[in-house]
Design a protein around this ligand. Structure first.
Ligand SMILES: Cc1cc2nc3c(=O)[nH]c(=O)nc-3n(C[C@H](O)[C@H](O)[C@H](O)COP(=O)(O)OP(=O)(O)OC[C@H]3O[C@@H](n4cnc5c(N)ncnc54)[C@H](O)[C@@H]3O)c2cc1C
Ligand SMILES: O=P(O)(O)OC[C@H](O)CO
Ligand code: FES
Length: 481
């Protein structure tokens, strides 16, 4: 019997697991897929929003601002790439000026540090490639960019080191309400748990309906992106937003923590039936055309021809305006409708949930000791002396596998043996960046498949690209000489 079971290992499930890992509790995380961060957490704009956008007084506003502050310390402690580059919301008309004034007032009410309105001259000095027709902008210096999957992984790895059990390829298919506990049915074993936390992203409504009548409706909303080559680095220096509309914060152009430029997202409601079919994450001609047009309004000369990847993510929007964080029935909690700024708010959402659970009677006793730090080893980021040391200890660090991103065999083999190891080519990519470069794995992909097969002791034909069963190879086409 577990004390607490968390359903879902996205940023929300991982942030909750990280907090619960500090206490004397038996906790498990059930994740339908084969890794942390394979849902919405892996495909978003990767912005830690400053917090001027949400309605003052909402949970969304409070947890956004708190989460953005908490992320600063957390990312330092857990060695997660984060850069506080600031954001600009650009006004292109008198009407837009009215909107950024309102956002400024919201920023003040929401206690966002340092927000100010700035004039065209200052904007163009900060961003020379911006449309010269700019009327003004809202500057929020505390907005940051982050590596979202590394963030979730860092929280989950730390939770795992603190004794939280992560069970992958465990889809929750039904929940029985017993006397004082729950029985969760999965595609494998059944799990008994006193308390249950529903952090299942776009599927939170399905999980909710396993124990209670519907109380919210999910309206999945797709956002599509371009990711530009490192050559385009410097196109913009800040996160460049346009004025938000009723469908979202609009199309942004922003650096990523790896030095690429990310462009997107549009906002298109999609049929719930499409979820998990692959069609939910499709890129479309119309969607990408919207993104391109939006990006060109902000940065007229943006070089979308130098795109190395298109991708899309699905927002867990609901018919409720705010995040849904509440006890549904005794001992069962929803953390649902976690749309944007969920990535930013995640650590604050975890603490808010714990406060609710404590008020409901959960007793927390801190462990005598727990891990609260993490250090990544990335050959490419090491000093010359550290590189020499790594190679002398393990010659695998002397062999570059991913030439675009300078990732060594040592980096790849380590992530296959680490806490919560990678089990797929994309799992390796999320942990090491191998495959993230200009050729998108065209060169390094086959070598990565071989290394995974070797480490896991399986045939290359059994190596997955991403989700369980997403095989890349079907058989031998020609024998090596
Ligand atoms: C286009 C887009 C842009 C965004 N940009 C930003 C941004 O810049 N900044 C920001 O703060 N926020 C942003 N967001 C929002 C942010 O990405 C989400 O709020 C956040 O990732 C939600 O995390 P999650 O853990 O709730 O969901 P997920 O990451 O989807 O995790 C839920 C997990 O539950 C698992 N699961 C589902 N059903 C079951 C089941 N039956 N059994 C077991 N496991 C199950 C899934 O496999 C999944 O791994 C954006 C979202 C989108 C779509
Ligand atoms: O379009 P929104 O409001 O869902 O926001 C998405 C990201 O946070 C910003 O691109
Ligand atoms: S060699 Fe790895 S992405 Fe190009």
């Amino acid at each position: 019997m577990y004390d607490v079971t968390i359903i879902g290992a996205g940023i929300i499930g991982s942030a909750i697991a990280y907090e619960l890992g500090k206490y004397q509790l038996d906790v498990c995380v059930l994740e339908a897929e084969n890794d942390v961060s394979v849902g919405t957490t892996k495909a978003n704009s990767a912005i830690l929003h400053a917090g001027y956008d949400p309605k003052p007084g909402s949970l969304n506003a409070k947890l956004n601002v708190e989460g953005s502050v908490l992320a600063k310390t957390l990312c330092e402690k857990l060695d997660v790439p984060r850069k506080e580059i600031g954001s600009l919301v650009i006004a292109f008309s008198e009407e837009d000026l009215g909107t950024i004034n309102k956002l400024y007032e919201r920023g003040i009410k929401n206690n966002v540090a340092g927000v100010r309105l700035i004039a065209p001259e200052e904007i163009l000095a900060m961003e020379p490639n911006l449309n010269k027709d700019v009327f003004g902008a809202l500057y929020a210096p505390t907005a940051a960019i982050v590596n979202p999957w590394e963030y979730a992984l860092a929280l989950a790895e730390t939770a795992s080191k603190n004794g939280i059990t992560f069970m992958f390829n465990r889809k929750v298919t039904g929940i029985d309400t017993e006397d004082g506990y729950y029985t969760l049915h999965t595609n494998a074993e059944t799990i008994d748990s006193r308390l249950v936390i529903n952090a299942a992203g776009v599927h939170a409504e399905d999980i909710h309906k396993m124990v209670a009548e519907p109380s919210f409706k999910t309206i999945p909303c797709r956002g599509e992106y371009y990711l530009l080559d490192l050559e385009e680095s410097g196109t913009v220096n800040h996160v460049i937003f346009q004025c938000p509309t009723k469908v979202g914060k609009g199309i942004l152009v922003s650096p990523t923590v790896h030095g690429n430029i990310i462009v997107g997202p549009n906002a298109e409601d999609i049929d719930s039936e499409l979820l998990d079919t692959g069609a939910d994450l499709a890129n479309t001609i119309d969607g990408l055309a919207d993104v391109a047009a939006g990006a060109r309004l902000s940065v007229p000369a943006i070089n979308l021809g130098n795109s190395i990847r298109n991708f899309s993510g699905v927002r867990a929007n609901t018919d409720q305006e705010d995040f849904i964080i509440e006890q549904v029935i005794d001992g069962f909690y929803d953390v649902a409708g976690i749309k944007s700024p969920g990535l930013t708010a995640a650590p604050a959402i975890a603490l808010h949930l714990l406060d609710i659970m404590i008020a409901d009677g959960l007793k927390l006793t801190e462990k005598d000791s727990y891990v609260d730090e993490r250090k990544r080893v990335h050959f490419d980021e090491a000093t010359i002396e550290e590189k020499q040391q790594l190679i002398s200890e393990n010659p695998d660090y002397g062999r570059i596998i991913c030439r675009c991103e300078n990732i060594t065999e040592g980096d790849i083999r380590r992530c296959l043996k680490n806490e919560l190891p990678a089990v797929s080519v994309d799992g390796v990519k999320r942990r090491t960046l191998a495959g993230m470069g200009r050729c998108q794995g065209g060169f390094c992909g086959p070598r990565v498949v071989d290394i995974i097969a070797d480490e896991l002791g399986i045939s290359p034909t059994d190596v997955d690209l991403d989700k369980f069963g997403s095989r890349i190879l079907t058989g031998v086409t020609k024998e090596a000489n």
